[in-house]
Write a protein that binds this ligand. Sequence first.
Ligand code: SF4
Length: 375
Amino acid sequence: MRVKEVTAKSILRKNKKIESWFLTAYGMNLYRGCQHNCVYCDGRSEKYQVEGEFGEEVIVKINAIELLRRELDIRRKRAPFKLGYVGVGGGVGDSYQPVEKKYELTRKTLYILYEKKFPVHVLTKSTLVKRDIDIIKKINSQNRAIVSMSFSSADDKISSVFEPGVPCPSERLETIRFFKNEGIACGMYLMPVIPFITDSPKQIENTVKKAKESGVDFIIFSGMTLKDGRQKDYFINTLQKSYPDLIVEYNNIYRGNKWGSPIFQYNESIYQTFDIIARRYKMPQRIPPRLYSDILSEKDLVVVILEHIDYFMKMQNKKSPYGYAAYSISQLKEPLSNMKNELRTLRGVGRVTEKIILEILENGRSTYYEKLLLG
Ligand code: SF4
């Protein structure tokens, strides 16, 4: 494993609009490249321009902490910081990959975010996150913290093939139990499920059941993308060695879509399977409002809830105007409450959407959405 130290120009990434899968307004990559070397990792794709051999080399942004202090210095800002969680992790390198033991960039970042009173959402596959329980608890009692872990299944044997560099799923589930016992909200990102290997109803049910037993507050689900180029070549090479009979099936569903998505019919079927199982286990498929309704701006709260409704509508194969409505609201410059009488002039906002928005503006919640989430 090669470790290359670099001096970065900036560290904090402001999201164009609130990110409704993670509830983050900002994110960051402290490392580029990942020692965990998951076979399906899309960080390997040329799109992300990670230098060097992915999985063999990690770039460490050696000045990240200094940069972060400067970028979070309120005296240097013209506009106030956006409300929402700061995302630590994900992207093109896990923030708790082994190199973090030496550099402690993630730990120092959490301290700064605590000092600056930001809520934090950590996403990782590593049990090393337990090291930082002290600071995560402080963030949580001051504001709020969520610790989420990602999985492709709860099957340790399959994980050893596709996630060779990470603690096995049973250790990750134990980590979730550890944080839940400390009073920290936890999520599971069941993404990606691996086609024809971890996407069967039996596998998905096993994962949801174990997640439920470990106490997770929500599970966010997604299928796997395979972008042509490095990502797909690397994955297919492993498949060839461990599951050669599946190559034909993969060729059937991955047909060169530019985002690497499988065909619609496949995606539809796995989302339906997950939806049925998640409902059976009364598992929220989106981050529940109790974890964010008091920390987002009024406008972002409306945007997130509408985007979540959009997800559920599409899941039921219904036409949905909610995604359009969320986007037009996210682009507004003026406060949404100033527009209560003109909501219908916004793209995507009809009578039903207007009613939902007015309820959120009035009570900070949507009963319609809550039924979809938990019904
Ligand atoms: S842990 Fe995440 S970033 Fe690292 S290789 Fe696995 S999928 Fe990629």
